[in-house]
Design a protein around this ligand. Structure first.
Ligand code: FES
Ligand SMILES: [Fe+2]
Length: 354
């Protein structure tokens, strides 16, 4: 099941050049995105009110979409504005439209109670826009329940094993206990690895310094919307990074990772990994993004295999270990939000229990 009252990332802005339509399944519903002539984003249920033909099989007519089955036409707010063969339109022919906000190069969509859709609730992802931080918008499709991806991000001890030769590189990561706390609707983590003998494998060849390193990952997982925002990096050991002093040669990153459920067992993963060092070096941006994508592919392989094993497991119970505290907190927060939405009657048809 999904939290409905949240801003989710539905698409990258660049996926919707003018005149294009994009159909994407989000939270178990097909959504059609398109832009009007003024650039305003429209998100409609991708399903004609008449016989449920997908509107994505329709055609654009100005700022409207015409269903190409029997010809109903809908405006950018989902209002049915034309019905062939009669003046006016039949009752109950509008389709649902969803609030959207375009921000940080992304299209954010609210699929719950639209009266609660406050754009101020969108997490701060400004590093995706900031010219001093270079990143490339990236996307991964997952055949897995979004909560398994969150579990992975709520426990970085896996870096030592899943990413042994890429993003991790040190068993210290699994031996280190992070500070974990709930801050409002987020779980906040701070992990420091001090005086490690070397940088992580994925940074080799890009290093701005040699010798031992202080590494950190400080991040928040915003539970409604499943958005991780992270400050991470590596600095020459003993130069005060932990006390807030980031020397110029520190290799600093700001990452945003947004996981939007597609269905019960499939998910969209939108991510950037912006670097603040040598930010004008586009070749570096490409190479670093490729290396990180390699690491994220390791996660995908593990999590999809885990999903298949879970599906084979009937009612068998998983064991809990000490590293699960962040994961358990995140799961409790998700369950609490879903339960309160159910109590408030804000869930909608089409949702199923995962
Ligand atoms: S299904 Fe769209 S007009 Fe009939
Ligand atoms: Fe990972």
């Amino acid at each position: 099941m999904f939290i409905r009252n949240a801003w989710y990332v539905g698409a990258w802005s660049h996926e919707l050049a003018s005149e294009e339509m994009l159909s994407r399944r989000l939270l178990g519903e097909n959504i059609l995105f398109f832009r009007t002539a003024t650039g305003r984003m429209s998100a409609l249920r991708d399903r004609c009110s008449h016989r449920f033909a997908p509107l994505s099989l329709g055609r654009r007519e100005g700022d409207c979409i015409r269903c190409m089955y029997h010809g109903l036409m809908f405006d950018a707010d989902g209002k049915c504005v034309e019905e062939p063969g009669r003046s006016g339109v039949s009752p109950n022919t509008d389709v649902r439209s969803y609030p959207t906000v375009e921000r940080y190069k992304q299209i954010w969509i609210w699929m719950g109670d639209s009266t609660l859709a406050d754009p101020g609730l969108i997490p701060d992802c400004r590093f995706q826009d900031d010219p001093d931080w270079a990143s490339i918008p990236a996307y991964i499709h997952y055949n897995a329940d979004y909560r398994l991806i969150l579990d992975n991000l709520l426990d970085f001890s896996h870096l030592a094993f899943v990413h042994e030769k890429t993003l991790g590189g040190s068993t210290t990561i699994a031996q280190t206990r992070p500070r974990v706390e709930r801050v409002g609707d987020s779980v906040r983590f701070a992990r420091w690895y001090m005086n490690e003998p070397e940088i992580a494998p994925y940074l080799r060849g890009f290093n701005t310094f040699d010798g031992p390193v202080d590494r950190w990952q400080i991040y928040e997982m915003h539970i409604p919307g499943n958005v991780l925002t992270m400050d991470s990096g590596s600095a020459p050991a003993g130069t005060g990074a932990r006390n807030g002093h980031r020397v110029p040669e520190a290799m600093q990153f700001r990452s945003v990772q947004a996981i939007t459920p597609e269905d019960d067992q499939s998910s969209h993963y939108f991510w950037t990994y912006a670097h603040g060092f040598n930010a004008k070096d586009q070749e570096l941006t490409h190479k670093l993004t490729d290396r990180i994508a390699e690491g994220f592919e390791e996660d995908r392989r593990m999590i999809e295999a885990q999903q298949r094993a879970i599906n084979d497991s009937g009612n068998d119970q998983m064991a809990f270990i000490l590293a699960d505290n962040g994961l358990a907190l995140g799961r409790r927060m998700i369950e609490g939000r879903i339960a309160s939405e159910i109590r408030a009657g804000q869930t909608t048809k089409g949702m199923s229990v995962a």
